[in-house]
Design a protein around this ligand. Structure first.
Ligand code: PXP
Length: 237
């Protein structure tokens, strides 16, 4: 059965909007764990717009499930990851002005630098995945750089407008997943997946894990807001 990794960045986004101590992403991660999440995903961005260094260390201390750190393969973040020792890291491209991770890692052009970062992680006992577009060149370059697992970027599939486009992007994911599996790579998928576009991907049997964040945190507002208002109404009575 495919696994679910829950990305809790946007709980921290809400906290950082006020720079206070709630909502606490660690508490959210513990609830996700008790609800059956197979792993917790967080992204320590270079600009620290949501997850902070101390969140990463706390998550590592309290979680009983896999902690998957998304990160740029930059020297500063590599040093932090080696010190905090998440179970897995996922190398992602990172641009300061982007709203979220736009596009996959370009392993073809950055192969030597990425392979070096991967070896550092592996030496520290941390598993490494590359977040790449569903593109045969990137899959081959990932294998050559020493990856044993990849996460296919589902953004183009999620954003496809017409039925024809959705089909095209679905097929690109399917073809890539099967190529990666043939090469002995584990296949994960994520980005932009929500409550209607995730189920069709289950037809791609090679996908072992889905990493989903924004839609789950967004959904939690509507599954929880009624109770939150009722509780405050009691307090202001
Ligand atoms: N996987 C990776 C590698 C990501 O960078 C992100 C976004 O942080 C996700 C999964 C989750 O994407 P979303 O928040 O759109 O579900």
């Amino acid at each position: 059965m495919p696994k679910l990794g829950v990305n809790i960045d946007h709980v921290a986004t809400l906290r950082q909007a006020r720079k206070i101590d709630y909502p606490d992403p660690i508490r959210a991660a513990i609830i996700c764990q008790s609800a059956g999440a197979d792993s917790i995903v967080c992204h320590l961005r270079e600009d620290r717009r949501h997850i902070q260094d101390c969140d990463l260390y706390k998550l590592k201390r309290v979680l009983g499930i896999k902690l998957n750190l998304e990160m740029a393969a930059s020297r500063e973040i590599i040093d932090i990851a080696i010190d905090a020792k998440p179970d897995q890291v996922t190398f992602v491209p990172e641009k300061r002005m982007e709203l979220t991770t736009e596009g996959g890692l370009d392993v073809c052009s950055g192969r030597r630098r990425i392979a070096k970062a991967l070896r550092k992680m592996q030496k520290a006992g941390i598993e490494v995945s590359f977040f790449i577009d569903p593109d045969a060149r990137q899959i081959r370059a990932s294998k050559e750089a020493g990856a044993s697992m990849i996460e296919l970027h589902t953004g183009r599939y999620a954003e496809a407008g017409s039925k024809r486009e959705v089909k095209k992007e679905f097929l690109a994911l399917k073809k890539s997943a099967s190529l990666a599996r043939e090469m002995g790579l584990k296949v994960f998928a994520g980005h932009g997946l929500h409550y209607t576009n995730t189920a069709p991907l289950r037809r791609i049997k090679e996908i072992e894990e889905y990493n989903i964040g924004h839609s789950i945190i967004a959904r939690a507002i509507f599954t929880g807001i009624r109770k939150a208002v009722l509780e405050m109404k009691e307090l202001v009575k």
